[in-house]
Design a protein around this ligand. Structure first.
Ligand code: ATP
Ligand code: MG
Length: 421
């Protein structure tokens, strides 16, 4: 048996794999990739199937002028029973097949690095995939199938925020009561746990685990809200079209669809395009409705959301930024301030997350004062209005962070000893 095992964090936006040397209990290498897939429209052969993963997926998608199937946030599909399979060229893919492609991509890099095939791993999962027990079970089952398809034979599931706690535990000098907040692209997860120096290898941590919970709000939701408030007015929200002698707002469904680039695809049908074209004429050929048509016809959704994400990330370090998107005839340039982000764009999402947190603590009979440390991880933990809420509750001195994109994968691998009986 190999002395190496893997910790695998399949994330909504990014996935990582950590290699653990079980003899020294040290992480020896990390691999990370955006959780993206691209299948070109034209497949060269029936025998081999061509696709790209991660950064290369984006590159080839853009090079192909956004033709072909580009997939993002695949993790969100796991609990969705209405997604049974998807046709790509002449093949069908189930949710687990898609996930397996991403996990295999990381596994291959790690196996190549070690020069051996590793078949044992600790796999991360969010605290909740869905409140609905059937959907929850479906997601877990699909993830398990994906892990098997990727070539793992022995594997153990670990909650993502618990894994992050294990990573933080490596840094501590004394016993601490720690609240972990893991803010990703799709979910915000919490765990409350007693941590001790040198305890990660202890096999049974049940007594240290106090509580865990999570909600399905993450960075993708923040992006949608930026699109709603600062993007959709450039694509016709607020424009009126004439029916007989009345001027009415354009159909709201156009704008609810374009707040998520995946849903935007539903507008790319002949019927919908005809409807938008009519709206264009009836609006007196308003340039914003033309922008909507261009966005849909040219498949520009992903590129627009990339700019939205960039603006959000800029606001981590700057007080203002410009959301700029100007392909074709679209000319979008919106200044966004951190204050606007906090007070008009994402206040509801931040409030939902903090309301969940407050309820989580009070349900478990804990007050802010009793918590020694708050370990924040995940890309969205850098969103300032969210971080601000933690500062107000716990004080800046209690907030700690580490590697926002690899803490979970490392902790998954480090929690391996707990599964070995
Ligand atoms: N500097 C930043 N400021 C704000 N948000 C950021 C920053 N960097 C990344 N993000 C956001 O963090 C999210 C991705 O974080 P992460 O990689 O932790 O998620 P994930 O693990 O893939 O998702 P999940 O854990 O929900 O499955 C994205 O929404 C991304 O836009
Ligand atoms: Mg994550």
């Amino acid at each position: 048996m190999s002395k190496y095992i893997y910790g695998v964090d399949f994330g909504t936006s990014n996935s990582s794999l950590a290699i653990l040397d079980t003899s020294s209990n040290e992480i020896v290498k990390l691999f990370t990739t955006p959780s993206l897939l691209f299948f070109p429209e034209y497949q060269k052969s029936f025998k081999t199937f061509y696709f790209e993963v991660g950064h290369k997926a984006v590159e080839t998608y853009v090079e192909s002028k956004m033709q072909g199937r580009f997939m993002k946030s695949i993790k969100a599909v796991l609990p969705n029973p209405s997604f049974t399979k998807t046709w790509i060229s002449n093949r069908t893919f189930m949710a687990e097949d898609l996930v397996a492609l991403i996990i295999s991509f990381l596994k291959k890099q790690a196996d190549d690095f070690l020069g051996e095939t590793i078949t044992e791993a600790v796999i991360g999962r969010p605290v909740v995939f869905s409140k609905n027990p059937d959907k929850e079970a479906l997601a877990q089952d699909r993830l398990q199938k994906a892990v098997q398809l990727a070539g793992f034979e022995r594997f153990y599931f670990q909650m993502e925020p618990i894994a992050a706690a294990y990573t933080y535990e490596r840094q501590i000098q004394k016993k601490e009561l720690v609240l972990v907040g893991d803010f990703g692209g799709g979910t915000s997860d919490f765990t409350l746990m007693n941590l001790r120096p040198n305890a990660t290898s202890a096999t049974n941590r049940t007594e240290d685990m106090i509580a865990k919970g999570g909600i399905y709000i993450g960075g993708d939701n923040f992006d949608s809200k930026i699109m709603w408030h600062r993007g959709t007015p450039h694509f016709g929200r607020g424009v009126k079209e004439q029916f007989d002698d009345k001027w009415l707002d354009l159909s709201l469904s156009y704008f609810t669809k374009i707040t998520s680039w995946e849903k935007m695809n539903f507008l790319n049908t002949l019927k919908m395009k005809e409807a938008i074209e009519k709206s264009y004429v009836f609006s007196g050929r308003d340039y914003r409705v033309k922008n909507l048509l261009t966005l849909i016809e040219q498949n520009l959704g992903y590129l627009l959301f990339k700019q939205i994400e960039k603006a959000k990330i800029d606001l981590t370090n700057s007080d203002t930024t410009n959301l700029v998107f100007d392909p074709q005839t679209i000319n979008l340039n919106e200044e966004i301030s951190i204050k606007e982000l906090a007070t008009t764009i994402i206040p509801l999402e931040v409030e939902k997350i903090t309301a969940y947190l407050d309820d989580f603590l009070s349900r478990n009979n804990y007050t802010y004062n009793q918590i020694d440390t708050v370990f924040l991880t995940g890309g969205s933990s850098m969103v300032r209005p969210l971080k601000q809420q933690f500062m107000e509750r716990f004080g800046a001195h209690k907030l700690k962070s580490g590697d926002n994109f690899n803490s979970v994968a490392m902790g998954l691998a480090l929690s391996y000893q707990g599964f070995k009986k």
